[in-house]
Write a protein that binds this ligand. Structure first.
Ligand code: DGJ
Length: 380
C-alpha cells in the first residue's frame, strides 16, 4: 500500500467511526444500549430529568463497571429531543478529602435536580451513604449550582425532620408510638410487629436523630412548593416532606405513606388534579412487582391500587425499577416513566427503560411494553 492510499484509508476509518458516534437516534429503545454523543452507553442511573430553557437535563448515578460504590459522582447529559444525549460531564463530583461525607467510595444514588424559581439556583437532592458503612447511614444530600450542568457544590447531608413528628400524628398517636420499644418486637414480619411499625415503632426510634432517607425523588407542585419523598423506617415506610422555599431544608411538615408497606423507588406525577405515585417493593437489585397509589392531596389519604404494568413480565415490572416520571414539554398529556434495569454485575451497564404512560378513561396510568418508540410520534 502506498503512503497516500494508507492516509486515505486512515481518513476513511476516522470518518466511519465519527459517523457511528454522531449517528442520530430516531427512537427510544427500552432495555437496549443507549449511546450518548460519544457512542458510550449513558451512565446516569437512578436518574431524574429537568427541563430548563429549551433543554432537557438527565442527571444520574455515574456507576463503575465493577463494584457498588461511587467513584466519580453524579453525571449530567443534555438533549433537545429526549433521544440524543450529550455528556455534559460530572455535575457533582465525589470529594478526594478523607472524611468528607461525599468522599470517593461513598454511595450516591437517585439524584434529582430542580430549579428554584425564587433563588434561581439548581438544587440537587440525592440519597447518600457514607464510605465504608454500607447502607446504614441512610441520609439525604443537598447540593446547589448556578448552572444546570454544574459544578454543584455539596452543602450538607442529614436525616430529615429530626425532633419532628408527622403532621397527622395526634398527641395520643405520639404517646402510643413513644411507648413502643424495639426490644419487644425482636421477630420481624409478625402481625403484631407489623401493627407496631404502622403505629410508629421505628418512626419513634428515629424522631430524635431524624428519619432514615434512602430511595427518593423530589416533586415540585404547580405552586412551586417542593417535596422530598423517601424510603424511611428501614425502607418500610415512605415519607413525604415539604421543603423550605429555597428547597435546601425541611419545613417540618411531613406525612407517612403506606406505613409498613415496604416501598422503594418512588416516582410521582400529577395529572388533572390527581397525584399518582408508582413505587417498587424492596428486593435489592432484583426486580419485583410495582405498586401504585393515588391521592387528591399530597398529604393524603393515599389509596393503594394494583401495579400499572400490564402484559408479559408485568409481575416483575418488565425487569425494571422506576426512577422518575416527567411530562414532555409542549404536550398536553405526554408522560414518560423512567426506569432502570439493574445489572449488579456491572452497574455501569445497567439499561435504561423509558416507556410512555397510557391512561384509562378514568385516568388510571398503564405501562405497556414497547420495543421502541418515538416521543414525536407518540405525543403528536
Ligand atoms: C434498590 C434501590 O432502589 C437502589 O437504588 C439501590 O439502593 C439498591 N436497592 C441497592 O441494593
Amino acid at each position: 500500500m502506498t503512503r497516500k492510499s494508507f492516509l486515505w484509508l486512515g481518513l476513511w476509518l476516522c470518518c466511519l467511526t465519527a459517523g457511528v458516534k454522531a449517528q442520530q437516534l430516531e427512537r427510544i429503545s427500552p432495555g437496549q444500549e443507549w449511546p450518548d454523543n460519544k457512542g458510550e452507553h449513558i451512565n446516569a442511573h437512578g436518574g431524574g430529568l429537568l427541563f430548563d430553557e429549551g433543554k432537557y437535563y438527565w442527571y444520574g448515578e455515574n456507576r463503575p463497571a465493577r463494584g457498588f460504590t461511587t467513584e466519580v459522582g453524579v453525571e449530567v447529559y443534555s438533549s433537545t429531543d429526549l433521544m440524543n444525549w450529550t455528556d455534559e460531564g460530572v455535575a457533582l463530583a465525589v470529594s478526594e478529602e478523607a472524611g468528607s461525607p461525599i468522599e470517593r467510595g461513598c454511595i450516591m444514588e437517585r439524584p434529582k435536580v430542580v430549579r428554584n424559581p425564587k433563588t434561581g439556583k439548581y438544587v440537587m437532592l440525592f440519597h447518600l451513604e457514607l464510605k465504608g458503612q454500607g447502607y446504614a447511614a441512610a441520609r439525604v444530600g443537598f447540593a446547589e449550582s448556578d448552572s444546570p450542568t454544574g459544578p454543584f457544590r455539596f452543602i450538607r447531608s442529614l436525616r430529615p425532620n429530626a425532633g419532628v413528628w408527622p403532621a397527622d400524628f395526634s398527641r395520643k398517636d405520639i404517646r402510643e408510638a413513644k411507648a413502643l420499644k424495639e426490644e419487644d418486637y425482636k421477630e420481624w414480619w409478625t402481625p403484631t410487629w407489623r401493627e407496631a411499625v404502622t403505629k410508629g415503632l421505628l418512626l419513634a426510634r428515629d424522631v430524635p436523630g431524624g428519619q432514615m432517607s434512602r430511595d427518593m425523588t423530589v416533586f415540585v407542585d404547580d405552586d412551586g412548593k417542593a417535596y422530598h419523598i423517601y424510603s424511611a423506617e428501614e425502607n418500610l415506610t415512605l415519607n413525604l416532606a415539604e421543603l423550605t422555599d429555597d428547597y435546601l431544608d425541611y419545613t417540618g411538615k411531613y406525612v407517612r405513606i403506606a406505613p409498613g408497606g415496604q416501598n422503594e423507588a418512588p416516582t410521582i406525577f400529577k395529572r388533572d388534579g390527581t397525584y399518582w405515585l408508582i413505587t417498587s417493593g424492596c428486593t435489592g437489585w432484583a426486580p419485583n412487582e410495582a405498586r401504585m397509589f393515588k391521592a387528591e392531596s399530597l398529604w393524603g389519604p393515599w389509596e393503594q391500587l394494583p401495579s400499572p404494568f400490564v402484559g408479559k413480565d408485568a409481575d416483575k415490572s418488565f425487569h425494571t425499577q422506576g426512577t422518575y416520571i416527567f411530562k414532555v414539554e409542549g404536550t398536553d398529556d405526554g408522560y414518560v416513566f423512567m426506569a432502570d434495569r439493574w445489572n449488579p454485575r456491572s452497574l455501569k451497564n445497567s439499561r435504561h427503560v423509558w416507556l410512555p404512560l397510557e391512561f384509562k378513561a378514568d385516568g388510571t396510568p398503564v405501562l405497556r411494553w414497547v420495543d421502541s418508540w418515538s416521543p414525536r410520534e407518540q405525543f403528536d
